[in-house]
Design a protein around this ligand. Structure first.
Ligand code: CTP
Ligand code: ZN
Length: 158
């Protein structure tokens, strides 16, 4: 680690700094594994470190994920907005934060979520789910096939 980073980072880090990659901060602790699943982090070989149940004034308990050597496209990272709407991305290059980004709930969601309607075709045939986002704030997804609304409370990640 570079000497300088210690001067700039007087706070104690719960998870070690990374040299290059992406830090996803302000993930609700109870959705950490959903974020890992959505981004497919369980299937890559890069070095990943995370901390969870860390104190956060905004979220109560937050999680942080540090992925070395990966920079995400907006389109990919916005997929986590359903489960981590307050997530902040920090792009790290040579130990420095060079960019900060927030996630945005997209207008349409393909895959990721399950339709809550047990009779929906997506639940008994091999059809990828498709939703129009009717509320970004509380997360309400209208199914393209059955038009039923799936909300944050009954949201299940596929
Ligand atoms: N970070 C890291 N590795 C680095 C630099 C930063 O893992 N080489 C992490 C920090 O631990 C922090 C996040 O990236 O979790 C953002 O860093 P920084 O902007 O320095 O921290 P804050 O000022 O606390 O950011 P914010 O208030 O925007 O959350
Ligand atoms: Zn449906």
């Amino acid at each position: 680690m570079k000497e300088g980073i210690i001067m700039k980072e007087p706070k104690q880090l719960s998870v070690s700094a990374i040299q290059n990659g992406t830090v996803i901060d302000h993930v609700p602790a109870n959705n950490l594994f959903k974020v890992i699943q959505i981004l497919g982090l369980d299937r890559i070989d890069n070095q990943i470190t995370f901390g969870t149940n860390l104190e956060s004034k905004k979220l109560g308990r937050k999680a942080i994920i540090k992925i070395s050597g990966i920079y995400f496209e907006d389109e990919d990272i916005n997929r986590i907005a359903l489960v981590a709407p307050a997530a902040k991305l920090n792009i790290i290059k040579d130990y420095e934060v060079v960019e900060k980004r927030v996630v945005e709930v997209p207008d349409h969601i393909t895959g990721i979520a399950k339709c809550m309607n047990p009779k929906c075709i997506t639940n008994f045939e091999a059809v990828t789910t498709k939703f129009k986002v009717v509320s970004k704030k509380n997360v309400a997804l209208k199914c393209h096939y059955c038009e039923k609304i799936t909300t944050q409370e009954n949201l299940q990640i596929i």
